[in-house]
Design a protein around this ligand. Structure first.
Ligand code: FMN
Length: 161
C-alpha cells in the first residue's frame, strides 16, 4: 500500500475478527518497530508479544475488551521516551495496516500490574487484528480518506511565522 494511503486511511479499530495474524505479518510489525528512529538512536525498548497473559494484561488497561478481543497484543516496554514510543507504535500500526491488520493503542490504568506481567515498565499496549467490519483502504483515495477523517482542519492547526 502507498504510504500516504496507509496514513490517510488508518483508523483505530477496537473490534477484531478471530482470524489469527500470520507469523510473517507479525514479524513485519515487530521489524517496523525495530526500524523506528529514536533519540540518539538509543532504541530503549523491547517488544513483548503477549500470548498466555492476554486476560491478565487486559485487566490493566482502560478498555479491557480492546485487548481481550485482539488477535495479537504487543506491549512496548523499557525506558524509551514518549516521542520514541509514539514513533515506534505508529510504525508498527502502519506496517500492520499495510497487511490489512487494524490496531488500537491502549492507555494503562494499572502500570504496576502491567510492569509485573511484562517484566519491565510498559509504555504502551497495542491491540491488533483483522477488523471485524472489513474496511478496504483502496476503496477511496487518500484525499477522500483525509476529507472524511474526524480530525481538526489544517486551517486550525497550521500557522506560519
Ligand atoms: C496514547 C493513546 C492512548 C489511547 N488509549 C486508548 C484506550 O485506552 N482505549 C481506546 O479505545 N482507545 C485508545 N486510544 C485511541 C484513541 O482513542 C484514538 O487514537 C482516537 O480516538 C482517534 O481514533 P481514529 O483514528 O479511529 O479516528 C489511545 C490513543 C493514544 C494515542
Amino acid at each position: 500500500m502507498d504510504a500516504w494511503l496507509a496514513i490517510a486511511s488508518k483508523r483505530d479499530v477496537r473490534e477484531y475478527a478471530d482470524t489469527p495474524v500470520p507469523e510473517d505479518v507479525l514479524t513485519r510489525i515487530l521489524d517496523a518497530g525495530r526500524l523506528s528512529g529514536s533519540a540518539r538512536n538509543r532504541q530503549q525498548w523491547n517488544f513483548v508479544v503477549v500470548e498466555t497473559a492476554q486476560v491478565e494484561l487486559a485487566a490493566t488497561v482502560h478498555a479491557p475488551s480492546n485487548v481481550l478481543g485482539a488477535a495479537l497484543v504487543v506491549a512496548i516496554v523499557g525506558a524509551a521516551g514518549g516521542m520514541d514510543v509514539g514513533r515506534c507504535a505508529q510504525n508498527m500500526m502502519l506496517a500492520a495496516w499495510n497487511d490489512g491488520v487494524a490496531s488500537c493503542p491502549n492507555g494503562i490504568n494499572d502500570p504496576e500490574a502491567a510492569a509485573r506481567i511484562c517484566g519491565d515498565e510498559v509504555k504502551t499496549i497495542l491491540s491488533f487484528g483483522y477488523p471485524a467490519k472489513p474496511r478496504d483502504p483502496q476503496s477511496r483515495t487518500p484525499e477522500e480518506w483525509s476529507a472524511r477523517a474526524n480530525r481538526k482542519p489544517l486551517a486550525e492547526l497550521v500557522r506560519k511565522i
